[in-house]
Ligand binder design. Structure first.
Ligand SMILES: C[S@@+](CC[C@H](N)C(=O)[O-])C[C@H]1O[C@@H](n2cnc3c(N)ncnc32)[C@H](O)[C@@H]1O
Length: 317
């Protein structure tokens, strides 16, 4: 990076930066160098090439060097630039929130398709564990008549969520609330029953946390990743009591980790949900599990109904 001094043209600097990142083991070195330089110069990537002979001033060079050093120490590009695109919208991110992933767009699309199919006009939606509010804001933009509660247990995450709600002018539609999972859907409030509970909960099994790529394990919040000993802790918790919080024909849509779909389907079936099925992502991996509260689901879990039949009604009360 020492050679990256004043007097050099933008394209030379880009080449030096990309060589530096490659030597530091960064996989997409050229792309990352371009994104970071475009960020420092407040232009889009294409404009770098239009301005190939531009020279950088001292402040720009210093900013770029700092960004490159951070990237070389595995900080994700999105945390360096402070933003990430999701569903064609730009979201503010920092180290208190998970960086929204492309596969989570499958979750948003699954919810969208469900509401389009059922012609729901004014859906009430809960996004539990909202992080940056990427899911909540995307759904609010897709459904301008929707009311959405976006909740997180982390107050720092909720600050980022509220920034993003403002950034997209969605204050009238999205309410951010701090709380533990479904407790935010409190009886006696507008959120007592919702049409959809949507969540991308923490789902990495505890033992795998430290084997993750350092970009994730060293920078992304542990509370957004840790799914307990088998990765399924939050699915079990969400399944408990979810039916009671859903309107008739309401549904739950959950993102799942690789290989978790069958376990999550079983958890939701055992909780009394019907039409429980998975939706694949573009690589053919089951990525989302959707489950409906049918009119007969009531508030009794499937285990409860079975036990009632066997024991004449006293069991599992
Ligand atoms: C995997 S991240 C998902 C973030 C965001 N929804 C997304 O898809 O990019 C999980 C989120 O759940 C939050 N969380 C963890 N435990 C929670 C709890 N008990 N109640 C509510 N939110 C929780 C974390 O703080 C984190 O923001």
């Amino acid at each position: 990076m020492g050679a990256m001094g004043r007097g050099r043209q933008l394209l030379d600097i880009l080449k030096l930066a990309s060589d530096y990142l490659a030597r530091q083991g960064v996989e997409a070195a050229r792309l990352d160098a371009e994104v970071l330089l475009a960020h420092i110069l407040e232009m889009d990537r294409i404009s770098l090439y239009v301005n190939f002979d531009r020279q950088l001033d001292e402040a720009e060079l210093a900013g770029f060097r700092t960004a490159l050093r951070r990237r070389a120490s595995c900080m994700p590009v999105a945390y360096i630039t402070g933003s990430k695109e999701f569903m064609s919208l730009d979201f503010a991110v920092n180290e208190h929130v998970l960086i929204p992933r492309p596969e989570t767009e499958i979750l948003v699309e699954t919810v969208r398709d469900h509401f389009v199919r059922t012609s729901k006009e004014r859906p009430r939606i809960a996004d539990i564990g909202t992080g940056s509010a990427a899911i909540a804001c995307s759904l609010a933009v897709l459904f301008p008549n929707a009311r959405i509660i976006a909740s997180d247990i982390s107050s720092e995450a909720l600050d980022v969520a509220m920034d993003n709600v403002k950034r997209h002018g969605l204050e009238g539609q999205v309410v951010c609330v701090q709380g533990d999972l479904l407790e935010v859907l409190a009886p006696g409030t507008e959120w007592e029953r919702v049409d959809a509970i949507v969540s991308n909960p923490p789902y990495i099994p505890l033992a795998e946390l430290d084997t993750l790529n350092p970009e994730i394990s060293e920078y992304e919040p542990r509370g957004a990743l840790d799914g307990g000993p088998d990765g399924l802790r939050y699915y079990r918790k969400l399944a408990q009591g979810a039916i009671e919080r859903l309107a008739d024909d309401g549904f739950m849509a959950l993102e799942v980790g690789d290989g978790q779909a069958q376990d999550v389907i079983k958890i939701l079936e055992d909780a009394g949900f019907t039409n429980v099925e998975s939706v694949d992502d573009y690589s053919g991996t089951a990525r989302v599990v959707v489950a409906t509260r049918s009119a007969v689901s009531g508030s009794t879990s499937r285990n409860g109904i079975v036990a009632d039949c066997i024991d004449g009604g006293d069991a599992d009360a």
